[in-house]
Design a protein around this ligand. Sequence first.
Ligand code: C2E
Ligand code: MG
Ligand code: MG
Ligand code: MG
Length: 284
Amino acid sequence: QAKAGGKGRLAMFDPSLHDQLGHRLQLEADLRRAIGAGQLTLAYQPLYDLEPYRLSGFEALTRWIHPSHGPVSPAVFIALAEETGCIEALTAWAIDEASRQLAQWRREVPQYADLVMHVNVSGKDLSRPQFVPRVREVLARHGLPARLLTLEITESTLMEQRELALQSLGELRALGVRLGIDDFGTGYSSLAYLSTLPFDCLKIDRSFVMGMDQSPQNLEIVRTVVSLGRTLNKHVVAEGIETPAQLQMLKTLGATIGQGYLLARPLHASQVEHLLRAPGLEAA
Ligand code: C2E
Ligand code: MG
Ligand code: MG
Ligand code: MG
C-alpha cells in the first residue's frame, strides 16, 4: 500500500483524498445494509410503442434515499455495487420487486396484461451460476410470463464478461426472457459479435438522441443504429427523448419504442397506478 513515489505518497498525505476514501467505504457499508433493510425502491419509467402510440411497459430504475445524505445517484451507487460485489444482491432484489409489481398491476388492471417490465442487470450478474435459476424462480413465484420480462445489459459491461455472459444469455432466452442491449453505441462491440448475441432490443444511448436535433452527426448515428436494428430484426428503443422534434425524427426513422422525459418521467408506483386507470391521459 505504501507505494514509493510521488503519487502514492501524495495520496497518503492528502487529507481530501483520505476523506473521499473514508466516505466511499462508509457508503459501501451503507449500501450493503440498505439492500437488506428495504431502503431501496424502484421508479418506473414508461416505455411507449411509437406507431401507433401506446404505453407498452416500464423500465424499473433503482432509487436509494440514504438516511443521512438523502438521494444518492444511481450512477454512484450502481458503480459502487459493481465494484464491491453487492450488485448481485441489488439485482436480485430489483428483478424480484419489479416482477412482483408488474404481476400485481396485471391482476388489478387486466386490460394492460401485456405490459412489459425492463430491469437493468450488470454483465457481472450474468457470470454467476445462480443467476438464471434465480430468475426462473422469481417468475414462477409471481406467476409472471417470462416474455414480459426484459433484462437490459449495457454494451460495456457485456463486453467485460463475453464468454460467461453468452451462456447465461442463451439460458435466459430459452426460458423465454427477453434481452436488451442498453446504452448502445457507447461500448465497443463489433457487429460480428453483436450479431451472435440472442437479444431482442437495442437501446440507443441517450447521448445520441439528445443531440440528434442539433447535430447532423448524431442524427446520422441514430439513423444508422435504427437501420442496424431493423436489419437484425430487433426492436429499437430510443431513450432520453426530451423534445417533440426528437420524437418526430425517431418516428420517421423507424425507431419502434420511445422513452424520455417528454413522454414520461420515472414514476412512483402510485403514479403508475393513476396512469393505468386514466389511459386517456397517457399520450404525450
Ligand atoms: P439506463 O438504464 O440507461 O436508464 C435510463 C436513465 O436515463 C435513467 O437514469 C433515467 O432516469 C434517465 N432518463 C430517462 N429519460 C431521460 C430524459 O429524457 N433525459 C434525461 N436526461 N435522462 C433521462 P437513472 O435512473 O439515474 O439511472 C442511471 C443508470 O443507472 C441507468 O441507466 C442504469 O444503467 C443504472 N441503473 C439504474 N437502476 C439500476 C438497477 O436496478 N440495476 C442496474 N444494474 N443498473 C441500474
Ligand atoms: Mg436501462
Ligand atoms: Mg440506457
Ligand atoms: Mg444510460
